[in-house]
Design a protein around this ligand. Sequence first.
Ligand code: SAH
Length: 361
Amino acid sequence: MIPDRINLYDLSPAVLEELLRGWGEPAYRAKQIYRHLYVHRTTDPSAMTDLSKALRERLAAETSIGNLKQVKLLTGDEGMTRKVLWALPDGSPLETVLMIYPDRATVCVSSQSGCPMQCVFCATGKLGFLHDCTPGEIIEQVVWAARELEDVAKQVDQASKIENRKLTNVVFMGMGEPFNNYENWWTSVERLHDPNGYNMGARNFTVSTVGLVPGILRLAEESLPINLAISLHTPDDELRSEMMPVNKRYPIAHLIDATRVYTEKTRRRVSFEYVLLKEKNDFPEQALRLAQLLRPADRPPLLCHVNLIPWNPVLGAPLSRSDRKRVLAFQSVLKERGVPCTVRVERGVNIGAACGQLAGA
Ligand code: SAH
């Protein structure tokens, strides 16, 4: 992969058209190429047989279909979870996880290589911040997943287990903090949503943020109604600042206020992620305080849902995972207080592909 080539996935339809016009090609060529990229998901210009040979050759010489080089593919959950490790042109690692279910398939996409947020319980933060993905580098991960899903569904031993061969959900919950790379990330969402392109419905996207308030307020103003998940992890400021340095900049009250602005503006339910760490943030009293935070006596309840995530082990972190009993006890306090709450079903733990385990290995 030559990094200074034009990555076709980085180009908007208008810019692609401009490039081709500069090459003396008619505008409809751009549409044909766009279809190859997003609908046929072609990986090689020589397969774009509706283009002239000269154009195919020029594309091959001067552009690339994606920037990511596949380093490793790991499979787990009987082939239904597939994690790919990529190398970016500068050598930084990036990971993407495809989770296949009989009736749906979700791809978990990275927005940055490494992460600047430094949450103590997450493996990605241990890498530090390495690289902001370009829109194309984000899009490419989704296109890969769509292709991979089709390929797996064709395998005889898997075919009967997969009724739906289309990617149904894109979650921005891989490496990095999407709102820390907002422009590029949002461009990728718009491009993937484009009916002439990949054509993914807005409600099929979910972005997860560490709690960057400006990003939440900005998303509230966007026209596409995508889903928002917020990593809360505790109702207590002191503990949250210890677990997530971002809390010193955007403490809980501020975060909750921004969330209210978001739900009032969009009328959409947000989900709060809550990683359960044994005897740290999984006591019933904390569940009670969480319920009070989300359903306060003096304000209307926040339009939300809580997603409990038993912590996945990260090497070197002096933490432990809440056992099932503590998870269920925590959940029942929330439910009794009227807070909708589910426990996330884990995928990919034994291939290091579960939440918070993405560290480029
Ligand atoms: N930066 C974004 C998205 C990344 S991770 C964010 O912070 O939301 C997606 C989710 O996995 C977040 O809720 C994150 O806090 C959680 N997570 C991180 N490390 C984890 C671990 N070791 N076990 C379980 N969940 C983890």
